[in-house]
Design a protein around this ligand. Structure first.
Ligand code: SF4
Length: 389
């Protein structure tokens, strides 16, 4: 029985688990622009109902395998050109060293990130692959994931639009994988828009990869980049697109809502950051559209106020690395885990360390991977305290 009664008929229906339409959600958005208190109360209520007062994170090391990329998104500072100081092309030896370090720091997740098929555009990337003994970045990712698993870490690959065969290979070692939808709007791929020079970000292409991950039953992380010139309707449509995928395949394990922050060396350097009020409304909307979904915001992108997002519906802080920078947002270092824990506690939440796969998806993975998890798993399906602390 839910005791919260609101003026908004639509929000009362949401609380009663009744279906409301897209237009109703859009109206909720518009009402929230004037006064977001009812929306936020609803999001809080649902978070509490489905997730309690636990806030999770994944203790990870970020492996910037190669950051050349065949595409160009106008907000991206991760991508590097040959010769740039930020260029990363990790050798097997470097991966091994980083894995040892990650193990020493008691990390659980090895996050492997690359640009989109760099070998299709850059000779340097082809040479790098050849030196290491591979024909494609995907092949290298398979090997790197095997190395991680052998070293006692759990790989989670986020390498853009992989083919179904590539995903199938990675599935043998990766307990989950990631691919940001960013936004489902075709308009954002038009001339002058952020994804114009990034064919891999065409919503159709992204959704197809997410569909394939669903067919293969891979626990999948996806999400939306908020504040890149989308309309509120397009954001709600994007949340709906993810919801639809999850209804069809049941494999979306979490939704990341990432607030846009302009980067100095990009074409969008003068574009304003996503406004916090707008961002909070979007986070709350995601919670009410997908009440039992794991909803994450990266704390480093709201350094002054991340704890206030606990009251708008989130239940996860994502991957936090104690030893590597956030190469996608290098100007925003991750807060220390201790600080996040304190701030979460002050807001009434208990911080717990999860695997790169949420417990409700354990049945998706092979027995072999499941056995490896069970070695350091507690009774809640999370990482044993004595392991990660
Ligand atoms: S965001 Fe990804 S696809 Fe876009 S330019 Fe950066 S690395 Fe490439």
């Amino acid at each position: 029985m839910n005791n919260l009664v609101l003026e908004s008929e639509s929000l009362n229906k949401v609380l009663e688990n009744k279906t409301i339409s897209f237009d109703d959600y859009f109206q909720i958005y518009q009402d929230a622009i004037k006064d977001s208190s009812e929306l936020i109360s609803t999001a809080q209520n649902l978070r509490k109902k489905f997730k309690g007062n636990t806030i999770t994170f994944s203790k990870k090391a970020f492996f910037n395998l190669i950051n050349m990329c065949k595409d160009t998104c106008t907000y991206c500072t991760y991508k590097a050109e040959p010769g740039e100081t930020k260029l990363s092309m990790m050798s097997k030896q470097q991966i091994k060293q980083m894995l040892n370090l990650a193990k020493k720091y008691r990390c659980v997740e090895a996050l492997f990130v690359t640009g989109e098929r760099p070998e299709q555009k850059y000779q340097e990337a082809k040479d790098w692959l050849k030196i290491n003994g591979f024909k494609s970045t995907a092949e290298y990712l398979v090997h790197a994931s095997e190395m991680a698993l052998e070293a006692g870490l759990f790989p989670h690959t986020n390498a853009g639009n992989l083919t179904i065969d590539e995903i199938r290979e990675l599935q043998k070692t990766n307990v989950s994988m990631g691919l940001m939808l960013e936004n489902s709007s075709e308009r954002l791929s038009q001339k002058g828009m952020p994804h114009y020079l990034a064919t891999s970000k065409r919503p159709k292409a992204r959704l197809e990869v997410l569909e394939n991950s669903g067919k293969l039953k891979i626990p999948m992380t996806t999400g939306i980049l908020v504040g890149i010139g989308e309309t509120p309707k397009e954001i709600i449509e994007s949340i709906f697109a993810i919801k639809k995928l999850h209804e069809k395949y049941g494999n979306i394990q979490e939704v990341i809502l990432q607030n846009f922050q302009p980067k100095q060396d990009t074409m969008m350097s003068d574009f304003p950051s996503a406004q916090e009020k707008y961002f909070k409304i979007i986070v709350s909307l995601a919670r009410i559209i997908m009440p039992d979904m794991n909803i994450q915001i990266p704390p480093n992108l709201s350094p002054q106020s991340y704890q206030s997002f606990l009251s708008v519906g989130i239940n996860d802080w994502g991957g936090i690395s104690p030893l590597t920078p956030d190469y996608v947002n290098p100007e925003f270092s991750w807060p220390e885990i201790k600080t996040i824990e304190e701030n979460s506690k002050n807001a009434g939440f208990e911080l717990k360390c999860r695997f790169p796969i949420y417990p409700e998806f354990f049945s998706f993975i092979s027995n072999e991977l499941r056995d490896k998890i069970s070695v350091i798993e507690n009774e809640e399906g999370l990482v044993k305290e004595e392991y990660w602390r």
